[in-house]
Design a protein around this ligand. Structure first.
Ligand SMILES: [Fe+2]
Ligand SMILES: [Fe+2]
Length: 278
């Protein structure tokens, strides 16, 4: 099963997370980022889910990586990320820093690969050929991601430099997987550009991924890609591979959805209707 963008700072979302239960004792849960911007909230949610599911796999979203003014944890950038990784280890939750687990249940064996690849401003809006031009368009329109204020890249000079480092190390690990073994790739941000085409504000896409992962689903034998961040839950297909946006999102978003908020989404075994359980 998979879910993302729990945003448990909202009481309505906390109530939903409190109600999440596995369907069987052997279910695994993938949590694809944006649990909260406060470390204590991340601990609360992941700890509770870990008690319920046989295994929990987490990747960071941009909100976990904020050095938020209301969080007593003042760490920044990579130090904050590694702090969260240690917190997960204490809870028994798997992270991108652990060996990739292998799902042996129905639909397996499948490698579950939690990835932490940030964004590098290469999903540029039309008319922009550089990061500076893309940002200029965004600032001119007033649509600027809050990451610009609170997601610090320390010790890297920039977020795109951090992304480049993560791309290189992650690609090395994926290339070491035994050839032919199917994989589920999990990342907070979409691995391909196409899902961002439906954003209400196209200029927001520059905070939504990197062109550096475009061929990963095919190259690394993905049977499914799990992501969130866009708050547009749906299933799409790219190069014949299923991409699942599994976000819960903000209350004002899920309250509008006519199909309610039955979460999380089943990933394996693949459901005959394409995997939708919303
Ligand atoms: Fe989110
Ligand atoms: Fe996000």
């Amino acid at each position: 099963m998979a879910i993302s963008d729990l945003h448990v700072g909202y009481p309505e979302n906390r109530e939903i997370v409190e109600r999440i239960r596995p369907e069987s004792g052997s279910d695994w849960l993938v949590v694809a980022g944006d649990v909260s911007e406060r470390v204590a909230d991340v601990q609360w949610a992941l700890g509770m889910l870990r008690e319920r599911f046989a295994s929990v796999v987490w990747v960071p979203g941009n909100h976990e990586l904020w050095t938020h003014r209301r969080d007593p944890v003042r760490l920044r950038g990579q130090e904050l990320y590694l702090h969260l990784v240690e917190l997960c280890r204490g809870l028994g939750v798997l992270t991108p820093e652990d060996p990739y687990p292998v799902w042996q249940g129905t639909g397996g064996p499948v490698v579950i690969a939690p990835l932490f690849v940030l964004y590098d401003y290469t999903f540029r809006p039309d008319g922009a050929t550089t990061k500076a031009e893309g940002l200029e368009l965004a600032y001119a329109s007033g649509v600027v991601c809050t990451d610009e204020l609170w997601l610090h890249p320390d010790p890297f000079p920039t977020r795109e430099a951090w992304c480049q480092a993560r791309l290189a190390s992650t690609e090395r690990r994926l290339a070491e997987l035994p050839p032919g073994v199917p994989a589920v790739l999990v990342n907070h941000f979409p691995l391909v550009r196409e899902p961002t085409r439906v954003l209400r504000y196209p200029q927001f896409a520059q905070w939504c991924g990197t062109t550096g992962t475009a061929d990963w689903p095919v190259r690394f034998n993905a049977v499914a890609v799990i992501y969130g961040h866009l708050h547009i839950p749906r299933t799409t297909w790219h190069d014949g591979i299923r991409h699942e946006e599994v976000s819960l999102g903000y209350p004002r978003e899920w309250q509008r959805r006519q199909w309610g908020h039955s979460v999380p989404r089943q990933i394996l075994p693949t459901m005959c209707d394409g995997g939708m359980v919303w």
